[in-house]
Design a protein around this ligand. Sequence first.
Ligand SMILES: Nc1ncnc2c1ncn2[C@@H]1O[C@H](COP(=O)(O)OP(=O)(O)OP(=O)(O)O)[C@@H](O)[C@H]1O
Length: 613
Amino acid sequence: MKKADPNSPIPAEEAIRRSWERCAANGLRNNEHLPDGILPRSSLADRLEGNARLVAYAQPIMEHLHQQIARSSSTILLADDAGMILRAVGDADFAERAARVALQPGVSWAECTMGTNAIGTALAEQRPMAVIGTDHFLERNRFLTCVATPIHGPAGGVLGILDISTSAQLSQIHAQALIQTTAEIIENRLIESLPEAAVTIRFHPQAEALASPLEGLAVFNEAGEMLACNRRGETLLGIGDSRKERPAFSRIFETRWTTLLDHALSSSLRPTLLCAHGGREFAARVQAGRLQALRPVAASAPDMPAARRGVTLEDLDLGDQTVASAVRRARRIVGLDIPLLIQGETGTGKEVFAQAFHHSSPRRDGPFVAINCAAIPANLIEAELFGYRAGAYTGARGEGARGKLREAHGGTLFLDEIGDMPLRLQAVLLRVLETRRVTPLGGGPEEAIDLALVCASHRPLKTLCETGEFRPDLYFRLSAMSLALPTLRERSDIEALARRILRDESPDRPLRLAAATLDVIRRHQWPGNIRELKNVLRLATAMLGPDEATITPDHLPHDLIDAGETRPTTQSLRAAETRLVEETVARHAGNISAAARELGITRTTLYRKLRRG
Ligand SMILES: Nc1ncnc2c1ncn2[C@@H]1O[C@H](COP(=O)(O)OP(=O)(O)OP(=O)(O)O)[C@@H](O)[C@H]1O
């Protein structure tokens, strides 16, 4: 086994000393070469997806933290529970130095490969760590000053690590306090957004401490069982690890559950008094916003046609692998406060997907509000989104407007062609996403909004970020769960999709697609994707005679057949049919009944076809 460099000073602090011993025991040397271990983009994307909730909640908070310490030559890092760096938000000058020691997304800073360091050692020790300069086991990392702290999940256990790294002087105490508070904010967001959470209670013995980092936070399901509580809450209530046993509300508090709910449903903004057993009293703010939304919808009986109950995510899966995976991924964030970003060529079904997401979510009883950012003049989008007071600007309607953001309250807002949103407005949208509050143009009271956000773009947003047309911070915010819908020509379920569209288009008249028609459909390039297919089938249906129930190539528009594609003509189809009929009759030695049975037609039809041939 290799030994630690005996000339290197072993730092005194207990945790650091233990870490150095682990490093030495693992055979690390102080002058170890940089491992060539950057994860390929696809694997990093998998890790990001596996940690989608953590990343979605941490990212904006990391950006906020970075604004506070901007220009300090530092970076804020988020790593997963194995020390793999998932996200970095920081100053460009430091990013360059950090990259030289691979302090960047896609690289693991687990202690076993990177030696003593704040991320890896905080994980190994399961506690906040400061690792300063020569505390680092590897010489090349000794220009770094890092503080890190674990982020705990609502179900207990460490989800990841939050870290500030810098090459500059850092007030260790200040940085540790900052990172600790930031991690707690992320932990609180994860608790609040638990999908089963019906009631959220924030509490503190002093009303003035509500809405501060000192408040306790606990979430309960509809039945009054505690789902999670933050660490401050556990201390305030004097309960142990709330995750192990879900204590009932009534075991902790004297106040009746129903009294609390009545208060929450009538005036959730006013604090109320919460009495715990043993005489302790707390000021509490209670939110029960999701109680209504979580009630099951009677209308979604399984045998009801999709068109009437609203298409759900499952309805979209007709067998294509890419679509199936998109459906699976979207399912994961249903009901969470994580935006969904859908990218894909025009007509690939992005809006239909957004609607299906809405209909599959607990907000399905709320409104689905769509806004196409490309279709509204840039100077009006803001008014469309935020609404305005009467007379707020020239041309404003006399009575004012609520704005789409407030209209979508309790439901889903679909921002189509988000890539076309003007840059200035992108900044405003980002702020709304962070604060979840809107103020109408021209003033008026600020309102809290609760909505699911789905965005779509046919232009790749990442490229728009590179060309400066889209704000990277908004992109990160929106892309925590991003999926790409395949073009129609790439889809393996095109036949099933065509049949589905026919059924939706003429529900009372069962129509068939002839084999030759399916052939044409399979070979066409479909530049307009599903929209084009739908139009073609609509037209073909209109071309059918009153007694016809099968769409043949003759019913299709002539320009459907691209240059270079050979269109099966009626003649060649007839010839093929006659050949098939004659061969079948010959195989059955002239037995017309047997041949007709094999062909699935009546004897009379077979005779007619033979006569025609
Ligand atoms: N899974 C589907 N089943 C049946 N019809 C669909 C499906 N997906 C999309 N369509 C139909 O295809 C057409 C285009 O769909 P949609 O508007 O959702 O596409 P889009 O990607 O949002 O287009 P654009 O980028 O041009 O806004 C619509 O008429 C829609 O009804």
